[in-house]
Structure formats: C-alpha cells, structure tokens
Design a protein around this ligand. Structure first.
Ligand SMILES: [Zn+2]
Length: 167
C-alpha cells in the first residue's frame, strides 16, 4: 500500500502515515446509515526540512454530535488527546489540523467547512502558520492546506482509494 504524499505550497511534503489513513478510512460513509465522523490530525514536523508527517488521528468520541451531513466534535475530549500525545512524545507530536467524512465520492468542502477551517486557523493553538484539513469521501480523500493569513484553502492532494489496498 502506498502512503499518500502531498506537495505543500512551501515546497515541503505532507505525508499521511498508513495507521492514520486506515483509521480515517474506517469511517468512510459508504453506507447510507453511516453518519459523518471526524477528529483532529496529529504528527511531526521533520527536523531540518519542511516536511510534515501525520502520524495519528483522533476518531469520534463520546460528546461528538454526528449526523449524516454534519459533524461537531467535542472540543475538550479531542484537546485532551492532543495534550496527551504531546506529553507522551516529549513535545514532538503536534496538532496539525482536522479531518471529517462526507457522503460523496469526491469530497468538496462546504461553505460551513471553509468557515470552520478559518475559525480553527484563527482560534486554535498550533506551531507555524499552517493547518491541514482532510475530507474523507466515499471514493477519494482530499487534503487542503490553510494559512493563518490567507482565507483561501489550497487543495494539495486528492487520492482515489483504488491506489490503496485498504478495505
Ligand atoms: Zn464537510
């Protein structure tokens, strides 16, 4: 199975590790009864490079509100997971962004997704000036890059699941 690798706007690479990818793909809305899911992205800034690796994600937790076309995560519980990962990694695991699912083949961010992403960029605490946003569709995954000073999110990767040998 290949690891999805995207080219960031600064020339560095963003890699999605296989454990993180397969966690997200478990929540693909490929059945009509499956509701939206989501969580936060966590990973590392690779030293002496511009590269970033998403090592882990949080998955839906108690307190989240999940609907077919909506997902709201319980801020405190996911924040605790971020804090714990940061501590257990001696400060090398960082909050990198957000992911959620869509019940469509090729995911397209809704206006409220974009508003939420900008809210995260303005309000969340993170290193640097970039957050990443992933939408898991039923046939492909899309990865967007958001900048603190730019309200336009850039699509940096789109991968069809037929490239990955997951189920
Ligand atoms: Zn959405």
């Amino acid at each position: 199975m290949n690891t999805p690798i995207c080219l960031k706007s600064d020339g560095g690479k963003l890699e999605i590790s296989l454990p993180a990818l397969s966690q997200m793909l478990k929540f693909r809305q490929n059945r009509c009864w499956k509701s939206e899911a989501g969580g936060v992205l966590m990973g590392r800034y690779i030293r002496e490079s511009l590269d970033v690796v998403i090592d882990d994600v949080t998955i839906p937790m108690r307190g989240d509100r999940r609907k077919r076309f909506n997902f709201f995560r319980d801020r405190d519980r996911h924040q605790r997971a971020i804090n714990q990962a940061w501590q257990e990694s001696d400060g090398t695991t960082h909050y990198l962004g957000e992911w959620h699912t869509h019940p469509e083949k090729v995911p397209i961010p809704s206006p409220s997704d974009r508003a939420n992403w900008n809210r995260h960029l303005q309000q969340d605490i993170f290193s640097g000036d970039t957050l990443f946003f992933i939408i898991v569709g039923t046939e492909s995954i899309g990865i967007w890059e958001g900048h603190l000073k730019n309200p336009i999110h850039i699509l940096i990767g789109e991968f069809n699941y037929s490239h990955f040998n997951t189920r």
